[in-house]
Design a protein around this ligand. Structure first.
Ligand code: ADP
Ligand code: MG
Length: 318
């Protein structure tokens, strides 16, 4: 199968909202008046982000989901994507499943695939996602303010629990593992939440590398600090019962791959934020507050400060 046939068969779908989609040297896109273009790229590399034999349908989903999560964290509405694929060989069953996983999620959010690149090489999946946000309304990392509440969506640590089980560091009960594995392999980007938080939140980030690491980016960009209450963290019942164990505490505070949103917002918006939670049927939990004093402090149930060594995943640190 030629490169052209492959693109035609697996990656060409109608793109009614683009002036020009797949097939020319570049796509042509028009954004609405009063909107800014939000652009982000995320790459998934075999052996680093997923096992080489990972289910291709779930990979198609996850490659797009992690990109949608970045736009959600900006409060942007996703519109278009490009896909750069490096493939060791043409495996049609793999491509068909990958493309189904990708387009199922793309259709859910009205995202159109408008271009990409396809080459032979080690398995590597990279998406550039584009979305729109009203001018000035994006949820930036540098816009937190002292006194803001710190919120997170959903639950934290589930994906890290699944990974720890797969790596045999811990053993989870079967049904707990099943629920956590779904979080790891098929993350749900919080796109609707990001859009609803425009005008309510001051700043936001998606939790991809662990809460402390990602919240740390907001704090560094905003030149502020935070106080977090361990008891307030939204974690699954299994994790709640084992937070005294260091390995499991790390899942909640430093575990990656949850793709929840962490955001800061002024106290006056508490009621509206809780209203978003009920509209979206997505728990939103206050876990602490932003402080003038730099550094992120975590307090246990007895009020004492915990000292956490690891804050999250970093590709360039051992
Ligand atoms: P060029 O040589 O001009 O870069 P290509 O042959 O790489 O063009 O790609 C032809 C067309 O197919 C372009 O419009 C490109 O955006 C699109 N394309 C290539 N790979 C993909 C892919 N994996 N998914 C979607 N579109 C793709
Ligand atoms: Mg090309």
């Amino acid at each position: 199968m030629s490169e052209f046939d492959l693109i035609q068969r697996y990656f060409t779908r109608p793109t009614p909202s683009a002036e020009l989609g797949v097939g020319d040297d570049a796509a042509l896109l028009r954004i609405a008046a009063g909107m800014e273009l939000a652009v982000s790229t995320d790459m998934l590399v075999s052996g680093t982000h997923f096992f080489p034999d990972a289910d291709p349908f779930l990979l198609g989903h996850k490659t797009l989901a992690v990109n949608l999560s970045d736009l959600a964290a900006m409060g942007a509405t996703p519109r278009w994507a490009t896909l750069a694929l490096s493939l060791p060989q043409v495996d049609e069953a793999w491509l068909a499943a990958f493309s189904r996983g990708f387009f199922a999620l793309a259709e859910q959010y009205g995202v159109e695939l408008v271009g990409g690149d396809t080459t032979r090489g080690p398995l590597n999946l990279s998406i550039t996602i584009m979305g729109e946000v009203p001018t000035g309304a994006a949820l930036r990392r540098d816009a937190a303010r002292a006194g803001d509440d710190i919120w997170v969506s959903g639950t934290l640590g589930d994906a890290a629990l699944a990974l720890a089980h797969m790596q045999r560091h811990i053993i989870l009960p079967t049904e707990v593992f099943a629920a956590c594995a779904a979080r790891l392999h098929q993350p749900q980007p919080r796109v609707e939440l990001g859009v609803q938080l425009r005008g309510l939140a001051h700043s936001a980030i998606d939790v991809s590398d662990g809460l402390l690491a990602d919240l740390g980016h907001i704090l560094a960009c905003s030149r502020l600090g935070a106080e977090i209450q361990l008891d307030a963290l939204p974690v699954c019942d299994f994790l709640r019962g084992h937070l005294a164990e260091a390995a499991l505490l790390r899942c909640a505070l430093a575990g990656g791959d949850d793709y929840e949103l962490c955001f800061t917002a002024p106290l006056v918006h508490r009621a509206e934020i809780l209203q978003c939670a009920s509209t979206l049927a997505l728990p939103l939990t206050r876990i602490g507050k932003v402080t003038e004093e730099p550094g992120c402090k975590v307090y246990g149930s007895d009020g004492s400060e915990l000292h956490i060594k690891e804050s999250g995943y970093d590709h360039f640190q051992a």
